[in-house]
Design a protein around this ligand. Structure first.
Ligand code: PMT
Length: 350
């Protein structure tokens, strides 16, 4: 099956996300405005994608990502004059509010009551919060930030494809910055249970209707009793996952605007694999930049892997700044922007 056939087969198999049309309308208006203003637009994807185990989902598999990289990068892109479409996992970190939402302090710890019982920000947080608030207001007032949520890997794929198509009029002014942690494996729809997977046998009873997609012994998704404990009627859950089609191919070759720049991320845990995997990804998809990071050091070190020299470039936040500078997004976005600008000056990325 070629990439286009894989695309049709995947997308025809799922209903589009409920919010897709609403998101498309918002994105179309946002992009039209940015085209009119001749602004550069970056689509930042952020957070983990889920893989549901049931259609009426009670349980799901998740991909690691708090959304820190995406949210911090979005702020930096805004600082550098981009308009940002922030496609993120629902309830993961958001630009600006991230400084207060998932922090070790509860947001109430930032507040106090003054003499007249009015709620105020505690004096020690005033300066930092004023700075964040001003930047946030500026982004909103100038229509520079569009925030769109997804939850499952399928929703992510539908949204990414739709947004890339809508970004066509931006041409070389468009940048894709794919920091979301995208699931590599999923359960295809035709093998997914409709209802909550049961951990024990349901007794035959006229008032209990059977699952529309019941699990049976020998079923290749969920099989068998736990043989080690024959007296225990709990089922062992065996999950058989298929690979999620790699849509980076389609993004590069069809969905994204001609001349736009595409940056993907590569997350690994084994330091010996990181650069090799990033290079392989760049060769396979023929896009413009892979930013590699290791799970354990991702906040202060990344590697830029590019088709042109120097091919491999490490960016590290010095040890002395690590507690303050969370992830060095300033340098990272500066470099990505430099490459985007070079491409624009040549009339678009090759
Ligand atoms: O959010 P934080 O906690 O700050 O963490 C940030 C991060 C570590 C999640 C981020 O920096 C990062 O590395 N994100 C990419 C993680 C990831 O999906 O890596 P991957 O090796 O599985 O995929 C590589 C690329 O292929 C990704 O750009 C992805 O968009 C793409 N992909 C992946 C799977 C798939 N089915 N199709 C794809 O196109």
């Amino acid at each position: 099956m070629d990439a286009t056939e894989a695309e049709s087969s995947y997308f025809n198999n799922y209903p589009p996300p409920k919010a897709l049309n609403k998101h498309k309308a918002l994105a179309r208006a946002f992009i039209d405005l940015q085209v009119e203003k001749h602004r550069r637009v970056v689509l930042v994807t952020s957070g983990g994608t889920t893989v549901p185990l049931e259609t009426q989902t009670v349980r799901f598999i998740d991909n690691f990502s708090a959304g820190t990289r995406g949210a911090a990068s979005a702020e930096q892109f805004l600082e550098n004059g981009y308009a940002v479409i922030f496609l993120h996992r629902q309830f993961s970190l958001l630009p600006y509010s991230r400084h207060y939402s998932h922090s070790t302090n509860c947001f109430l710890d930032f507040m106090d009551e003054d003499a007249s019982s009015a709620i105020v920000v505690r004096s020690e947080y005033q300066t930092a919060m004023r700075d964040v608030l001003r930047k946030y207001r500026l982004a909103k007032q100038n229509n520079l930030l569009l925030v769109l949520p997804f939850t499952t890997v399928t929703e992510y794929m539908f949204e990414l494809r739709a947004l890339a198509h809508l970004m066509k009029p931006l041409g070389a002014n468009a940048l894709f910055y794919l920091a979301a942690a995208v699931s590599d494996f999923f359960i295809p729809r035709d093998r997914m249970a409709e209802h909550k997977i049961q951990s024990s046998e349901i007794p035959a009873h006229p008032n209990i209707r059977s699952n529309s997609n019941p699990l049976e012994d020998g079923d290749d998704v969920y099989t068998g009793y736990n043989e080690d404990q024959p007296s225990n009627k709990s089922k062992k859950l065996v999950i058989d996952l298929d690979p999620v089609p790699k849509f980076l191919h389609r993004l590069v070759d069809g969905w994204a605007p001609e001349g736009s720049m595409i940056v993907s991320f590569k997350l690994e845990t084994d330091p010996n694999l990181l650069v090799y995997k990033a290079r392989t990804s760049l060769q396979r998809y023929a896009h413009h930049l892979v930013i590699g990071n290791l799970l354990s050091t991702r906040k202060w070190e990344v590697v830029f892997v590019t088709p042109d020299p120097p091919h491999e470039r490490w960016i590290r936040v010095p040890k002395t700044r690590r507690s303050k500078s969370i992830s060095g997004e300033e340098n990272l976005i500066g470099l990505a922007e430099g490459q985007h600008q070079d491409g624009q000056e040549r009339g678009g990325q090759e």
